[in-house]
Design a protein around this ligand. Structure first.
Ligand code: NAI
Ligand SMILES: C[C@H](CCC(=O)O)[C@H]1CC[C@H]2[C@@H]3[C@H](O)C[C@@H]4CC(=O)CC[C@]4(C)[C@H]3C[C@H](O)[C@]12C
Length: 263
């Protein structure tokens, strides 16, 4: 049996225009998966689609999608259905926040609502709509299994002493337990639901902060491996949880954090 062969399978990734979503999407492409790339900045997706389809010999559908808008999600599912007719793996990586650095007593309700809507409610909508699509396809014999991977955070498992960011912690903590609830519900259908909790990773948005002396010292004393995650280091976790062979793993949180949450 050849493990982790994604050829002929379809992997949909939200937030695929940058950062961790883009890295994980390329990881699946390297294993032969066809891709549905979802994000608002479609021109970035089109560039990746052109590059990866040539480089890896796969089919890629770049698709504009706002994960906070259910009509936009439905349009993306319809486009994926028209092109491929099935989606085996969904990676919910789109995310962001407002209000970081503000203490609870001064935290704006609008920043709270923005963060919960983008980081939590969007994951509910994606799981409901793409999970529902997977389920119907399995019942109709159009695909044999489904994998949903929610990108939470170490900040969904523990607090932090680096800065106040209550809405982000609350949303990611809720993603963690939503993942368990969804896993239990989908368990009889052949669809697994798991979460990855990344630690401190270099992306285009974090590089400037992570490279400051202050944060490097903070990471040295809080991350047992004494370094940040590098591009590609999430891919092994995403490939494992997305694989057909990971069929008995559901409702789990996989921290990829250099040991941050083990101490
Ligand atoms: N970079 C890190 O070290 C860590 C990141 N995370 C999580 O990983 C995920 C990806 O983050 P990064 O790659 O670092 O940041 P990023 O900003 O590069 O990626 C987030 C992506 O989500 C997209 N996005 C934002 N709002 C959207 C919307 N309404 N609809 C569709 N797409 C939308 C952005 O355009 C972007 O492509 C997020 O959920 C983040 O919370 C978790 C732990 C650590
Ligand atoms: C501690 C930094 C702020 C320092 C300051 O200005 O006082 C944070 C600024 C950006 C944060 C990172 C970013 O939000 C992306 C990841 C989100 C996570 O889920 C946790 C790890 C991050 C790398 C996060 C880490 C810190 O909170 C910041 C570098």
């Amino acid at each position: 049996m050849a493990y982790f062969d994604f050829s002929g399978k379809v992997v949909a990734v939200t937030g695929a225009s940058s950062g961790l979503g883009k890295q994980m999407a390329e990881g699946y492409a390297q294993q032969g998966a066809n891709l549905v790339l979802l994000a608002r900045r479609v021109e970035r997706l089109e560039a990746s689609a052109a590059e990866w389809s040539e480089k890896y010999g796969i089919e890629v559908l770049p698709c504009a999608c706002d994960v906070t808008d259910e009509a936009s999600i439905q349009a993306a599912i319809d486009a994926a259905d028209a092109k491929f007719g099935h989606i085996e793996v969904l990676v919910n990586s789109a995310g962001g926040e407002k209000g970081t650095g503000t203490k609870i007593v001064d935290f704006q309700r609008s920043d709270w609502d923005f963060t919960m809507n983008l980081d939590l409610t969007s994951i509910f909508s994606m799981c409901k709509m793409v999970g529902g699509y997977m389920q119907k396809n399995i019942e109709a014999g159009k695909q044999t299994y489904g994998r949903i991977i929610n990108i939470a955070s170490i900040y969904g498992l523990v607090g932090n002493t680096a800065l106040p960011t209550c809405a982000y912690h609350a949303s990611k903590g809720a993603v963690v337990n939503f993942t368990r609830a969804a896993a239990a519900e989908f368990a009889p259908t052949g669809i697994t639901v798991n979460a990855i909790c990344p630690g401190y990773f270099y992306t285009e948005l974090t590089t400037e902060t992570l490279d400051t002396e202050y944060f490097q010292n903070f990471a040295k004393s809080t991350v047992p491996m004494q370094r940040y995650g590098q591009a590609g280091e999430l891919c092994a976790a995403a490939l494992f949880l997305g694989a057909e062979e990971a069929s008995y793993v559901t409702g789990q949180m996989l921290a990829v954090d250099g040991g941050y949450t083990c101490v």
